[in-house]
Design a protein around this ligand. Structure first.
Ligand SMILES: Nc1ncnc2c1ncn2[C@@H]1O[C@H](COP(=O)(O)OP(=O)(O)OP(=O)(O)O)[C@@H](O)[C@H]1O
Ligand SMILES: [Mg+2]
Length: 570
């Protein structure tokens, strides 16, 4: 019997590994800079030409290598960073696989000069994986790796390289990420003769962020710090009002190691909920710290992906961390202290007294708010009285001035929060109609109905097909007594069919926003004292920032100082 299995020569194995480790110049660059940082460099100088296609050079002042180690470093699985599989857990260096240098050397013309002690240096030359020269050289402590002609011997791979501009961009991103990961290491990056980044050594984290992302962007960030269970989330996220659809930057770290994870980015975005316009993409800089045993960093040769044991818990914690950071901010920022007084527990969140306008209670069960607040012993936070202006705004006196609330947008906020809870929880109660209502739909609307039927039911619309384009509403939600259920249903289906909220990433959020907008009291509706008060109490009990689902303000404050200034009292 003939033997069909053979061990591949090292050079071939290295080339195969290179396919995974060195996908493009930016990944070779990343490996070399990581090695420099792992070697304890305080300064790293990076030079790239033609997107790295003709030249990548990384020079450091790190530990350097003696001659034997320098030769060994080009062998597969030669590493100084771990000794056993157990060391993998909690590994703090970037490298540990012992693959990068041989992989790069197998697909380029690589020169390595290195010295552990000044003067006693070694120079090595490798061409396409073959060691061609070893000799002495004079140099200071540290290492320089020069890579020319990347992929010269793998034409298939060379063909896949993008334009120099696009490879340069990727190279810059690699450098930026590493510069952020190690603020104390000085990084100079020269691209085609131009200095693109000059970050001095010894920088603090926030100074480094300014060096890399620029002062303008960093000025729009706010701090995040949140710990729950096994996770601690810290860093910075963009203020909702400054997020825009393009030009955002994101950076994630786990235990100090940069990585990529679109799902965590999405979880962070979910933390903004409706505080940003649909389509806006906030910049994010988040550090995740957890027990090293909870994360596996060795799931991908380039180490840009990691695996978490409790991914769901982590996503939830990231979302919470962002929500807290921006929630505190928005509530504090534009309007001062707009909550009139601490709201007594239970008085705003759906307890019996304030049910009529927004709760489950059917029409006619309107409670007297004054009596109710006495009955529960709650302090009345709105004792100053409420005024409706233009049948559109509610005005009241707060600690720091006069507050105006947009009734529609406030109600939208309240309903949005309630409907999102209903959509993810048990669903909202609905009322069976004595006389079911028939509604005619277009073909597109019927499609939309089919797609959203489950969500519709969760918020309380029970719809049955009747034949042709006719459907029957058997039961409807009752968010407030004036609610025009059939009208709301028709408007929602029309919105959903036309994709008016199409840019929302999450279909449930889109649905919730549509419902909240359509179900809320409108501008121009006269409200009673009791209704205004109920609306405000509900609003104060929401955890959401004072924007509506379209990002418009819900609350505007006229500070007392401003009044006094205008009347010449100060
Ligand atoms: N700039 C440098 N300064 C000092 N030593 C270096 C430098 N670059 C590489 N080395 C040495 O060469 C060894 C091999 O480097 P290589 O990048 O191939 O593997 P690694 O960093 O150990 O693991 P990985 O493949 O995960 O990057 C390293 O473990 C280190 O001892
Ligand atoms: Mg390495």
């Amino acid at each position: 019997m003939s033997r069909r299995i053979a061990i591949l020569p090292d050079a071939v194995a290295d080339q195969i590994a290179a396919g995974e480790v060195v996908a493009r110049p930016a990944s070779a660059l990343k490996e070399l800079v990581e090695n420099a940082i792992d070697a304890g460099a305080t300064r790293v100088r990076i030079t790239v030409e033609n997107g790295g296609k003709t030249l990548i050079e990384v020079a450091d002042d790190g530990s350097g290598m003696g001659r034997e180690d320098a030769v060994l470093s080009l062998d597969r699985h030669a590493t100084s960073k771990i000794r056993s599989a157990a060391d993998l857990t909690g590994v703090t260096t970037f490298g540990f696989r012992g693959e990068a240098l041989p992989a790069i050397g197998s697909v380029s013309r690589l020169t390595l000069t290195t010295a552990e002690v000044e003067g006693d240096g070694t120079e090595l030359q490798v061409v396409g994986g073959r060691l061609e020269h070893v000799g002495p050289v004079a140099r200071q402590r540290g290492t320089t790796v020069t890579v020319r002609g990347l992929f010269f011997n793998t034409p298939a791979r060379r063909k896949f390289l993008r334009s120099a501009a696009s490879e340069s961009r990727a190279a810059y991103e690699s450098v930026a990420t590493l510069a952020l990961a190690h603020p104390a290491v000085g990084i100079e990056y020269v691209q085609d003769g131009q200095v693109r980044l000059a970050a001095p050594s010894g920088e603090a984290e926030t100074d480094r962020l300014v060096s890399v992302w620029g002062r303008d962007l960093v000025g729009t960030l706010v701090g995040v710090d949140h710990a729950a269970g096994a996770f601690r989330i810290s860093g910075f996220v963009q203020r909702p009002g400054d997020a825009s659809p393009s030009g955002r930057r994101t950076q994630l770290f786990v235990n100090g190691r940069p990585f990529r994870d679109p799902f965590l980015v999405r979880a962070a975005e979910a933390g903004y909920r409706a505080a940003i316009h649909p389509g806006d993409r906030p910049s994010l800089y988040l550090r995740i710290d957890l027990d090293p045993g909870e994360v596996d960093v060795n799931v991908h040769p380039s180490k840009m992906e990691v695996r978490f044991r409790d991914r769901i818990g982590l996503e939830r914690t990231v979302e919470d961390a962002v929500r807290q950071a921006i929630g505190a901010l928005v509530a504090a920022a534009p309007v001062g202290d707009w909550r009139p007084m601490p709201v007594a527990p239970g008085s705003g969140g759906g307890g019996a007294p304030f049910e009529s306008l927004f709760g489950e209670a059917p029409e006619g069960a309107m409670a007297s708010p004054a009596g109710a607040s006495n009955a529960t012993g709650a302090t009345d936070p709105l004792s100053g009285g409420l005024t409706q202006l233009f049948d559109t705004y509610i005005a009241y006196q707060a600690a720091e001035g006069v507050v105006f609330v947009d009734q529609h947008s406030a109600h939208e906020r309240v309903l949005y929060e309630a409907v999102m809870a209903a959509l993810s929880g048990a669903g909202a109660p609905s009322q069976r109609l004595l006389i079911p209502a028939t509604v005619e739909l277009t073909d597109e609307e019927l499609d939309a109905l089919e797609r959203h039927q489950e969500a519709l039911e969760r918020v309380g619309f029970v719809v049955e097909e009747f034949g042709g384009n006719t459907v029957v509403l058997q039961a409807v939600p009752t968010p407030h007594p004036r609610f025009d259920a059939v009208g709301c249903f028709q408007e929602m289906i029309a919105d959903l069919a036309r994709g008016r909220f199409g840019a929302w990433a999450n279909p449930l959020e889109r649905f919730g926003a549509t419902y909240a907008c359509r179900a809320a009291v409108k501008a121009g509706q006269r409200l009673s004292q009791a209704e205004m008060r109920e609306l405000l109490l509900r609003l104060f009990a929401t955890e959401l920032p004072p924007h509506d689902v379209h990002g418009r303000s819900t609350i505007v404050q006229l500070p007392r100082e401003e009044l006094e200034r205008r009347f010449g009292r100060r």
